[in-house]
Design a protein around this ligand. Structure first.
Ligand code: PMP
Length: 416
């Protein structure tokens, strides 16, 4: 007869752990989901990280636009330590000071009215679309949310329903009520919004989509249509927000404000936190008990986020991102102007996409072999989103290694 015992019985806790390195253990015990590179990172400082064999890397990925203040920024470490000693978690049935301070900061920095906290980007977007639906429900209407075809908003069922179709494979039934259109096609947008529409959601600069900027005309049209139909305009700033593009929020480049804005990634400098920031008119569509979370807005995550925002302001990080981003783009454009392996260099601040004439996966591997962490978005776009505190020498190294790596792949492909 099968015994109802969950696993093996261990004599000591220590005897649970085998002696294999992190990579081997993960291969044995972790879901196989990420197609990981064969290194295990153990330490980070500023723009650098080290693996368990003491190899040093410059981090041009920053946890995918998360570690904007670099790894283990002293102010963030101190804020987390201080808060951990005081209070790590309380239920949202009670107020907590870091949460209230973070709400105040985000509202004042964005010019919106209210904030709600959760734990990730997907949750922040999910909260935003729930808020949009709830707003229309209160007006006696249900309908469709318009999203962009090549967008990415997370991996929950609601968020995959809005983004790239390849992430929907195998997960049907996909929640209904979403319509995909092509970003930057103003005519299609104008023809798509009707009485049935309950919101439009756009990444002002698409990240996973390959660093694709919305045109000013497109966002202006979206704003106009949302005003006309009295529906919320949602800007997903999970990746492009929080100083990444050289402004606190990417929409500031366009002078166009959203009604609802999900945030996450860089907000907590690596501490998991997401936020929905919204205009009062929309925020009040959530009544007591109509949405919520256990961990969201917990004092430890909020203390990390408050210190992140204070540091961004104190150290003029937006301006640094702008200046350093312009520098990288200028250096790369010198190459792209006479080399057809690089089709285009685009983006704002330190959210840069280098579109190649061929798939970028091997280039990323060559860069890793040469000590640079990077990544490829949308098949052929090398995404550079390093810490915003990165110095010129480190940026030069990233550019030099990128160029060398592209040449190496060209040579291997027989294209050089
Ligand atoms: N929105 C955007 C624009 C993103 O780039 C991402 C993550 N890449 C998400 C939402 C989802 O964030 P998370 O992975 O924290 O759920």
């Amino acid at each position: 007869m099968a015994k109802n015992i969950p696993g093996k019985v261990f004599k000591t806790v220590k005897s649970i752990f085998g002696k294999e390195p992190a990579q081997k253990k993960a291969e044995k015990y972790h879901f196989d989901l990420y197609g990981r590179y064969p290194i295990a990172l153990v330490k980070g400082k500023g723009s650098k990280v080290w693996d368990d064999e003491h190899n040093e890397y410059i981090d041009a990925l920053a946890g995918i636009a998360v570690n904007s203040l670099g790894h283990s920024h002293p102010r963030i470490v101190k804020a987390i330590q201080k808060q951990a000693e005081k209070l790590i978690h309380v239920s949202n049935f009670y107020y907590n000071e870091p949460q209230s301070n973070l709400a105040e900061m985000l509202v004042k920095l964005s010019g919106l009215d209210k904030a709600f906290f959760c734990n990730s980007g997907a949750e922040a977007v999910e909260g935003s679309i729930k808020l949009a639906r709830r707003y229309s429900y209160k007006k006696g209407k249900t309908g469709t949310i318009i999203s962009m075809q090549n967008s990415f908003h997370g991996r929950t069922l609601g968020t995959i329903a809005m983004g790239k179709e390849k992430y929907q494979e195998g997960y049907s039934p996909i929640p209904p009520g979403f319509k995909h259109i092509h970003m930057n096609d103003v005519e299609e947008l104008e023809n798509s919004v009707d009485e049935e529409t309950v919101a439009i959601i756009i990444e002002p600069i698409q990240g996973e989509g390959g660093i694709v900027e919305a045109t000013p005309e497109y966002l202006k049209t979206a704003r106009k249509l949302c005003n006309q139909h009295e529906i919320p305009l949602i800007f997903d700033e999970v990746q492009c927000g929080i100083a990444r593009t050289g402004k606190m929020f990417a929409h500031e480049h366009y002078g166009i404000k959203p009604d609802i804005m999900p945030l996450a990634k860089a907000l907590g400098s690596g501490f998991p936190i997401g936020a929905v920031v919204a205009k009062e008119e929309f925020a009040k569509a959530f009544d007591h008990g109509s949405h919520g979370t256990t961990f969201g807005g917990n004092p430890l995550a909020c203390a990390a986020a408050v210190e992140t925002l204070k540091t961004i302001l104190d150290e003029d990080i937006c301006e640094k991102a702008r200046v350093r981003g312009d520098y990288v783009k200028t250096r790369l454009s010198d190459h792209s102007s006479h080399w057809n392996a690089i089709r285009e260099v685009r983006g704002k601040g330190l959210m840069i996409g280098v579109e190649l004439a061929f798939p970028g996966g091997d280039v990323v591997k060559e860069m890793l072999n040469r000590g640079i962490l990077s990544n490829c978005a949308s098949g052929n776009v090398i995404r550079l989103v390093p810490p915003l505190i990165i110095n010129k020498d480190e940026l030069d190294k990233i550019v030099d290694v990128l160029v060398e790596s592209i040449k190496e792949v060209e040579k291997k492909n027989g294209q050089a």
